[in-house]
Design a binder for this molecule. Structure first.
Ligand SMILES: [Fe+2]
Length: 350
């Protein structure tokens, strides 16, 4: 054995306890020696994580039922998402949209294939000049379903999001978000509050109704996927071709071509994708997500209760991302583009 091989083996052994601890975290990829072990996954490690996280989530969710109506709970249990149309009265909605349109604040952009996503985080500084938005962000009509679906009574990560869509053929490279996938091995909540009508051919969000359920077929599929991912030390956001939905007894995706003033909250353990855009399009929405450690049994352990964190979860994660980039441990994903409005042109084209 060479010195190099021996030292990398010793380093591997030293890291094993840390890798083992990651079993009970939200880490989703198969790149470490424990989560990525073919033998352990053959014995059911990944399936255990899926089942255990689902059990803990169900218990937490049962404590948060007050945030949604019994009808919404039943609909969610069957379909994996909650939809609220006409969320705000017309006058209140118009005021909110006007404020979003007037707001100019520091943003970042991410390119995926031809599509660009812009996020303007709604930090306390930004909200100083946006009182309607500031009040709305604390409003349970919108945060309640996120808390229920995610299973945590915590402050969601909030931003104004703009999706600049390109027709797939013109884009040159493919937008990976248009592939049907699940985000990770456990329930996570993502919410879109659409500020404008979403046409069917402008890349609407699509979701496979009922694909959040843990059926025996789905678990068997997970086991197969975990073995494939372990073999290539790959990621954990598994994709699924449309043709395979039938094998899992699932329907074709529902397209959320919805009118303005609609809130959609989805459990992105279920299969979802961005629809294809037939033309250049701009979609502006309030976007929120929630993804604490799925194995936490408590509903209200919230980092937003720490000093400085409330309203800044996204910028804090970007701060850490910037450090990883500086240390050359990661490539830059979210590129700062200075202060912009939600509908301003994409930075690189200005
Ligand atoms: Fe996703």
């Amino acid at each position: 054995m060479t010195t190099k091989t021996l030292s990398s083996r010793l380093a591997g052994l030293a890291l094993t306890p840390l890798h083992a601890l990651q079993i009970v975290t939200g880490r989703k990829d198969f790149k470490n020696d424990v989560l990525g072990s073919e033998a352990l996954n053959r014995k059911g490690l990944h399936v255990w994580r899926v089942l255990a996280a689902a059990r803990v989530t169900a218990r937490r969710r049962s404590k948060l039922e007050r945030f949604v109506s019994p009808q919404e709970r039943a609909f969610f249990a069957e379909n994996g998402y909650i939809e609220r149309r006409n969320l705000l009265p017309d006058a209140e909605f118009a005021k909110l949209v006007a404020e979003v349109e007037a707001l100019k604040a520091p943003a970042r952009e991410m390119r995926e294939g031809g599509a660009v996503t812009r996020r303007i985080p709604l930090t306390p500084d930004v909200l100083k000049n946006a009182p309607t938005l500031a009040a709305f962000l604390k409003d349970e009509r919108w945060t309640g379903p996120i808390r229920y679906v995610g299973g945590f009574d915590v402050e969601p990560v909030l931003s104004i999001q703009t999706i600049f869509g390109e027709p797939s053929a013109a884009a040159g490279s493919k937008d990976p978000q248009t592939d049907l996938h699940m985000d990770t091995f456990h329930s996570t909540a993502k919410a879109w509050y659409f500020l404008y009508d979403v046409p069917e051919d402008e890349g609407p969000f699509t979701y496979v109704a009922g694909s959040h359920k843990l059926t025996p077929r789905r678990l068997a599929w997970h086991k197969r996927q975990s073995l494939l991912a372990a073999a290539r030390r790959g990621g954990g956001a598994f994709r699924i071709p449309l043709s395979a939905l039938k094998l899992l007894r699932l329907p074709q995706p529902t397209k959320f071509a919805v009118p303005a003033n609609t809130l959609v909250v989805g459990d992105t353990f279920g299969f979802h994708a961005r629809g294809h855009s037939a033309r250049r399009s701009i979609r502006v929405e309030l976007y929120a997500s929630q993804r604490p450690n799925p194995f936490l049994p408590f509903t209200s352990l919230d980092s937003a209760k720490l000093p400085y964190v409330s309203g800044r979860k996204e910028v804090i994660s970007w701060f850490f991302e910037d450090w990883l980039v500086k240390l050359k441990m990661q490539r830059l994903i979210w590129r700062p583009v200075g202060a912009v409005k939600a509908r301003d042109a994409v930075a690189e084209k200005r």
